[in-house]
Design a protein around this ligand. Structure first.
Ligand code: HEM
Ligand code: NAG
Length: 507
């Protein structure tokens, strides 16, 4: 029996009628507003049926498809509603430049990313400090990534790979199947930690450390981007992992100081040593907790992107036996039979096809599909002779992956063809000169540009060189290159992502 009140309607209906009416009204207002009263000064707005949700689902399923669809409809600038906020996308060369080359007085990355990154990296680094301080921190990091330093990483990378393959369950015997994303997640974190963090970390590189980083990585999810600070289990685990990792680095720093500081440095001069003797411009030494948090941030920034790109590379290679063969020949000719001994100096420039494989994979599988900035002052974007106003209530988006996948700049853009870059040296040189005014910006541009580009090329080239030297890869029966999963906030292959391997016969 339902409770009936004197007017004859059930109580639940009376309780619900007001919220339902409010929701209906707000939907009606949202639709009418878009259809009848568009703001002609502002960029065209992608139509959506629901307020707040707007285009969130359409965008979330496949951001690139979304960008291309509305670029076709509206051109290089349009807005859409994402989780209750208007986001304005600026595409094309001018769009890339407009967003990435704007000054800090106009836009802010920290306002967007701080909620997500603060609990992962920790205090006083990256987006939890002023843009000027972030700039200084990036310079300090760059100092310890010189060409000489990078050369010294190669034997470390190869050693880590050797060790990994000897012990990984998936790689025992003469052939088998392996989990590509898992393999790349572990090898990229181990190679990065072993090279950047020095002897102490190298000595205790084990699954424990990989698991701690993986726990941090798992909190890199959209809900933490839009609603940071919720008491979710994934966030509790993240906070514990942060504490443990930070303690590992602080212990290393303390032990080094106790052993006599600089004099204990020996030949092993890693990023931690380098930060320990660094000072900011005003002369203050970098505090220990900032060193620890920079190391965490650095490893996360690097590994998060590298494991995704590395996975895509292996899938692309598996479906192109001709390129695998050409890579093998390239290494044999450039480096001879002993990779570990001969691959020390200037590895990447000795292996141009390897580099093109990385570059072409970055073009088609740019891990960062969306770069966001808060708008600090009203902006004006001019595209094909029309100007649009972008108010401070909007979020700005740059998506250089769109120009990178456009036929206008790359003929047959959907084809993975590393050798296309052979004919593009002019393009790359022009890109260097024009900064953000380029069609290929997987490492960003302007003041937030990546400091890890050379490191990433070297790390990925070395990992591929090792893998191709030792194995031949094939897709799983009846499978090709996997589809992309965008839910993890980067472009990762849909799981399970596996390939078949077989030991290469060494002639
Ligand atoms: C394939 C690998 C990588 C890709 C595709 C990549 C991509 C990017 C992009 C697109 C940005 C700009 C983000 C923005 O403008 O909001 C960036 C910034 C950055 N990356 Fe990388 N990165 C990679 C590897 C690395 C590595 C290995 C390191 C460290 C060794 C690193 C450290 C950084 C840092 C410190 C920033 C600066 C953030 C800022 O100024 O806001 N990245 N990266
Ligand atoms: C990028 O910004 C810098 C500094 O504001 C400026 O000098 C440069 O001309 C800009 N580049 C482009 C292509 O607009």
């Amino acid at each position: 029996m339902m409770t009936i009140n004197p007017t004859g309607t059930p109580v639940w209906a009376e309780i619900l009628i007001i919220p339902i009416a409010l929701i209906a009204l707000s939907i009606a207002r949202h639709i009418i507003q878009q259809l009848l009263f568009p703001n002609k000064d502002e960029p065209p707005l992608v139509f959506s049926w629901l307020p707040f949700i707007g285009s969130t689902i359409d965008y979330g399923i496949d951001p690139y498809k979304f960008y291309f669809k509305y670029q076709k409809k509206y051109g290089n600038i349009f807005s859409f509603v994402l989780v209750g906020k208007k986001h304005t996308v600026c595409l094309g060369l001018e769009g890339n430049n407009f967003v990435l080359n704007s000054s800090v007085s106009e836009i802010s990355a920290a306002d967007i990313y701080r909620g997500l990154t603060l609990p992962i990296f920790g205090k006083d680094v990256c987006y939890d400090c002023s843009p000027a301080k972030l700039m200084e921190q990036k310079k300090l990091l760059k100092y310890s990534l010189t060409a000489d330093k990078l050369d010294s990483f190669v034997p470390v990378f190869l050693d880590v790979m050797q060790n990994y393959v000897e012990h990984a369950e998936d790689f025992q015997g003469n052939e088998g199947v392996f989990d590509v994303v898992e393999c790349m997640a572990v090898t990229t974190i181990f190679t990065a930690a072993a090279s950047l963090q020095g002897k102490e970390v190298r000595e205790k590189l084990d699954q424990g450390l990989a698991d701690l980083y993986h726990t941090l990585d798992l909190s890199f999810i959209p809900i933490n981007f839009y609603l940071p600070g919720l008491p979710l289990p994934v966030n509790r685990r993240r906070d514990e992992a942060h504490k443990k990792i930070a303690a590992i680095y602080t212990n290393i720093i303390n032990r080094r100081r106790a052993l006599g500081g600089e004099s204990a440095r020996e030949a092993d001069d890693d990023m931690i040593w380098s930060l320990m003797r660094s000072t900011y411009k005003d002369g203050t030494p970098v505090p220990d907790h900032e060193i620890a948090n920079l190391m965490i941030g650095l490893l996360m920034a690097g590994q998060h992107n590298a494991y995704s790109v590395g996975s895509w590379i292996l899938f692309r290679l598996a479906s192109r036996p001709d390129i695998q063969k050409a890579l093998y020949q390239e290494q044999r000719e450039a480096l001879g039979t002993d990779l570990i001994i001969s691959a020390r100096r200037d590895l990447v420039s000795k292996l141009p096809l390897h580099k093109m494989v990385v570059r072409e994979t970055l073009r088609l599988h740019d891990p960062i599909h969306t770069v966001m900035r808060a708008v600090k002052v009203p902006l004006t974007f001019t595209s094909t002779s029309r100007s649009y106003k972008i108010p401070t209530s909007h979020v700005l988006i740059s998506a250089p992956g769109v120009t990178a996948q456009s036929a206008e700049y790359f003929p047959e853009p959907d084809k993975w063809e590393p050798r296309r870059w052979e004919a593009m040296t002019d393009f790359l040189e022009r890109g260097e000169k024009r900064g953000a005014m380029s069609a290929f910006l997987p490492f960003g541009a302007g003041r937030h540009r990546c400091v890890g580009e050379e490191f990433a090329y070297l790390q990925l080239c070395t990992i591929i060189a090792y893998m191709v030297r030792n194995f031949v890869f094939r897709p799983m029966e009846g499978e090709g290159v996997p589809k992309t999963d965008y839910t993890a906030m980067l472009t990762r292959p849909v799981l399970p992502a596996r390939l078949q391997w077989e030991k290469r016969s060494k002639e």
